[in-house]
Design a protein around this ligand. Structure first.
Ligand code: ATP
Ligand code: F6P
Length: 451
């Protein structure tokens, strides 16, 4: 429950200042922190200095604009930071925010001293997150990526954009002052060297700061796939009962066999690790896969407490108030003696952390748990995630990219019952089944980043 306490603590207000040369992954890291903390219900927002500069009318500047010898341009850039900070302070006040991320370069000591002073005036804890890299290949990859995504370079061909971007980096290098334990010992900072080859941590003082540090330490950027599947159809699914620890139906077993073929077809030659819950239906679904397997208690289905083993109709008849309350706020509703979606998210946090560290993983789990994992990767808001339709006998492939996650859903074409219950009814209906796949894919498959 630690995160709830933090999120409700009026006194904790943190600003994370990104530090580093262009193309060091600052926006990438900022967006990931936003996604992670908002998934944990912590009020967080990223403020991108480049966007504020564009609001001042400087939309597609060439490298000269970043020449620190040109005072006129330096002044405009300083104004962009001032405007960004004002907007950020306003957000803390108006929205009662907890964590703001200032996505700029903040590469000089003078600038950082000013940022700290401003934060002190507003009773906000400043924390710096530096991304330092001398890996030429990685930097060139990043430059390519940024040039295709950033509105600043939309008007240039790749070669000209790259040339201009490299010149911009050169200008920044001339004034760059990296974090150093002697001169910066008094500041709260994390310095990431070549992603997470080395991480230097200084003066982390609060629990929330330490969570952010721990999270960024686990970030990997190597391309990989995360495969997600619910278990095959179970006997309880057929009987429309929730919870329990039943075995698979014949059709569920057929899916388990098919899953092996689907993985071989879609991930030929790949080594995966398979994560299941401790319940029989996920293990039976994994039984034909010849990869290393790991059971997580944290992947067990949402605990329905006294309602475990009942159908939705029985719950509505026996606990009508509870049934209504759950429909009214499905994320927060906690079954008597059981769990809410919020509880599931909190217990899944170590799974997500480990998932960030790992390469290719196949997770075989349950409806509610899968919704929570999917919500993390796809940035699905809390009001929506418990209502997402994730059908049985469907394999999902998630590919985390620089600015979002690409999702592909593969249907096994083995019939299964629908376990989807719409709001306001106790029926789980075949008629909703067709729209289910549609429902998850309706979302933009790559979560857009505003830069
Ligand atoms: P700019 O200041 O020009 O906006 P930036 O530092 O914000 O640049 P991003 O736009 O975040 O850079 O760069 C995205 C790329 O950085 C992605 O391709 C991502 O894989 C890569 N990346 C992510 N983390 C790191 C890291 N710690 N070090 C270097 N590159 C990283
Ligand atoms: O019906 C299958 C199931 O996994 C149940 O065991 C579980 O209680 C339910 O789905 C979770 O879905 P919802 O939150 O929509 O009731």
């Amino acid at each position: 429950m630690g995160f709830r306490i933090i999120a409700n603590d009026q006194d904790v207000r943190i600003c994370v200042f990104m530090v580093g040369l262009p193309a060091r992954g600052k926006s990438f890291i900022s967006q990931k922190i936003v996604r992670y903390l908002s998934w944990l219900s912590i009020k967080v927002k990223c403020f991108n200095v480049g966007s504020f500069r564009r609001q001042l009318g400087i939309t597609q500047p060439d490298a000269e604009f970043f020449n620190f010898a040109n005072q006129e341009y330096v002044n405009i850039r300083r104004q962009s930071v001032i405007n960004t900070m004002e907007s950020m302070f306003q957000w803390f006040e108006d929205e009662n925010g907890t964590v703001a991320i200032l996505d700029g370069t903040s590469i000089t000591c003078e600038r950082r001293t000013w940022l700290v002073e401003e934060c002190e005036k507003h009773n906000i804890q400043p924390m710096f997150l530096e991304s330092w890299s001398d890996n030429e290949d990685l930097i060139m990859e990043n430059v390519k990526e940024i040039n295709t995504k950033s509105p600043d370079y939309a008007h240039l061909d790749v070669a000209s954009a790259t040339r201009d971007f490299m010149k911009k980096i050169e200008y920044y290098e001339k004034v760059y002052e990296t974090f150093d334990s002697e001169k910066d010992g008094h500041l709260t900072y994390v310095k990431m060297v070549n992603v997470s080859d080395e991480v230097i941590i200084n003066k982390i003082e609060t629990y929330l700061q330490s969570r952010i540090v721990f999270y960024v330490m686990n970030i990997r950027i190597k391309p990989r796939c995360i495969w997600l599947s619910r278990h095959g159809e179970s006997i309880y699914n057929v009987e429309q009962k929730i919870g329990g620890d039943s075995i698979l139906s014949e059709r569920g077993l057929a899916y388990a066999r098919k899953l092996k073929d689907m993985i071989e077809e879609n991930a030929p030659g790949e080594t995966l690790t398979v994560w299941t819950s401790t319940l029989k239906r996920t293990q039976e679904t994994a039984q034909f896969l010849s990869f290393k397997k790991l059971q997580w208690k944290a992947l067990d289905e949402l605990d329905a407490g006294v309602c475990d083993g009942m159908t939705y109709e029985e719950i509505e008849a026996k606990y009508p108030e509870d049934f209504k309350a759950r429909d009214a706020d499905k994320y927060e509703y906690r079954y008597r003696g059981g769990e809410s979606y919020r509880d599931v998210v909190i217990r899944l946090e170590p799974v997500i952390m480990e998932l960030e560290r790992q390469e290719n993983i196949l997770i075989i789990t349950h409806q509610a748990v899968l919704r929570c994992i999917y919500a993390y990767f796809m940035n699905v808001p809390q009001e929506e995630s418990p209502w997402m339709a994730i059908p049985l006998h469907t394999l999902m492939k998630l590919e985390p990219k620089a600015y979002g996650t690409k999702v592909t859903a593969l249907k096994a074409n083995i019939p299964a019952v629908s376990t989807y219950k719409e709001k306001g009814t106790s029926q789980v209906g075949e008629n909703t089944k067709e729209s289910q796949l549609h429902n998850i894919l309706r979302r933009d498959s790559e979560v857009a980043l505003s830069r």
